[in-house]
Design a protein around this ligand. Structure first.
Ligand code: GAL
Length: 453
């Protein structure tokens, strides 16, 4: 563990209109996996599948936010956090994915939203953070074009139920990750593999992204509508021609594939020719339908990737060189700590004139915490947040289009295939007793935010 650096920033440096918050996702925190009529999602099934999750863990209970939401929201308030991004579990609201609505599910989110508002915390709602109803996956899930109808129905239900109070919406969370990890690599739910699954899933996600935006626009007056993207600076591993070309291709796949159709730019097929294989899934009016004028774009940055040309990798001929093989500082996810990546991503997305506003909807890090009684020391996380924030400030001071920042994440939680091992929280959770304890990073963030008042 390194020495803690001197605190050098506070929230007032970013101006009074800058939005500050924390982000979470339903499956990662809620627990209550079968409570009060909730249906099964692809993550409920995937975590039951042997060998898919570190230590065979699942999020059946996780942080039990389902029962402890008041405690967590009050804790947020005590930490000066006034924007809370969370997602809606589709099967809690609509257990069969479509049709029947579960009143208890709506009731839960109504209570969460109302309690946020009572405590002067603005709810920022993500419609889809990866927990597709398993019953829809049985029909092909994201690979089935009918997902556009299913997702539209779900969006309408949510907009009608919560739109009177929720005015900040995000349609999808990181489509590249849920289609890439879930339908190409098979390492996330539903565990499907290959281009034949990835390509239709990706195109249908692009269609849902804009359709979700249109439905929200129609049903929620005064809504700020966004969607979120994972993004990482992509650097060639070696300064040779082939690695440089590979980096441009990987950048198109990881950073441009989902945003550009929404902006009316189509798919980046010139830099990533593999995307020409999307053609069979594209119907005549699709590229028109993919467009939507979002009020903000959420970008989520953790690291940068170095990539090299590799003949051995089919189709894309590219390979990510792991951070652990590069002799750099890493987090428990084996992600390089590289603060300029967040600045470069703000700059990159800022270069699209069509984007109205950029918000960092996730940034944070998994490191080992040191527990001594009530004191939880997490200097690495604190340094990480400070160094990334100073890059966000640099972007802001240069006049780039950046308007907010949400930490990933509030409490430690279930980190997908990695289970409970990598902890990202500002607040520690003892997963045996479910006791919450604010870490040193959380205390720092709360103090950092207090300067605005
Ligand atoms: C993002 C994702 C979150 C969280 C985070 C840390 O990709 O949206 O759910 O898991 O990464 O890995």
């Amino acid at each position: 563990m390194k020495e803690q650096k001197e605190p050098f920033l506070n929230a007032s440096d970013f101006g009074k209109d800058f939005t500050w918050g924390v982000s979470t996702a339903a499956y990662q925190i809620e627990g209550g996996h079968d409570a009060d009529g909730k249906g099964r999602s692809i993550w409920d099934k995937f975590t039951d599948t042997p060998k898919m999750i570190h230590n065979g863990e699942n999020a059946n209970v996780s942080c039990d936010f389902y029962h402890k939401y008041k405690e967590d929201i009050l804790l947020m308030k005590s930490m000066n956090i006034d924007n809370y991004r969370f997602s809606l579990s589709w099967t809690r609201i609509s257990p069969y994915g479509i049709g029947t609505i579960n009143a208890a599910g709506l009731d839960f989110y109504n209570k969460v939203i109302d309690f946020c508002l009572e405590n002067e915390i603005t709810p920022w709602v993500t419609l889809y953070h990866w927990d597709l109803p398993q019953i829809l996956e049985n029909k092909g899930g994201w690979t089935n074009r009918q997902i556009v109808t299913w997702f539209s129905e779900f969006t309408k239900v949510c907009a009608n139920a919560f739109g009177d109070r929720v005015k900040h919406w995000m349609v999808l969370n990181e489509p590249m990750v849920f289609t890439g990890a879930g339908y190409f690599l098979g390492v996330h739910a539903p565990g499907k593999k290959g281009l034949k699954n990835f390509l239709p899933a990706a195109h249908h996600a692009v269609l849902c992204q804009s359709e979700g935006g249109r439905i929200l626009r129609k049903l929620v007056p005064g809504a700020q509508i966004g969607t979120t993207f994972s993004c990482s600076q992509i650097t060639p591993y070696r300064q040779n021609k082939r690695d440089k070309k590979t980096a441009i291709m990987v950048d198109a796949l990881l950073n441009r594939l989902f945003i550009e159709p929404a902006l009316g730019l189509g798919y980046p097929t010139i830099e990533a020719p593999i995307l020409k294989k999307l053609q069979p899934y594209i119907q005549p009016t699709d590229m028109e339908d993919c467009k939507f004028d979002f009020d903000f774009i959420g970008i989520q940055n953790y690291t940068r990737e170095k990539v090299k040309y590799s003949l051995l990798v089919p189709y894309i001929r590219a390979k990510i060189v792991k951070a652990s093989k590069r002799n750099v500082e890493t987090t428990l996810m084996d992600w390089e700590v590289y603060p300029p990546s967040i600045y470069n991503m703000i700059k990159k997305f800022g270069e699209y004139p069509q984007i109205k506003k950029i918000i960092i909807t996730e940034n944070g890090a998994a490191f080992k915490d040191t527990i001594e009684g009530e004191i939880i020391t997490d200097t690495d996380r604190l340094n990480f947040l400070q160094s990334y924030l100073s890059e966000v400030l640099r972007a802001k001071q240069e006049g780039l289009n950046i308007h907010g920042y949400f930490v990933w994440t509030f409490t430690d939680n279930f980190e997908w295939a990695e289970g409970y091992h990598p902890r990202f929280g500002l607040v520690h959770i003892d997963f045996k007793t479910l006791k919450r304890t604010i870490k040193e990073s959380g205390k720092w963030f709360s103090k950092f935010l207090s300067y605005r008042k």
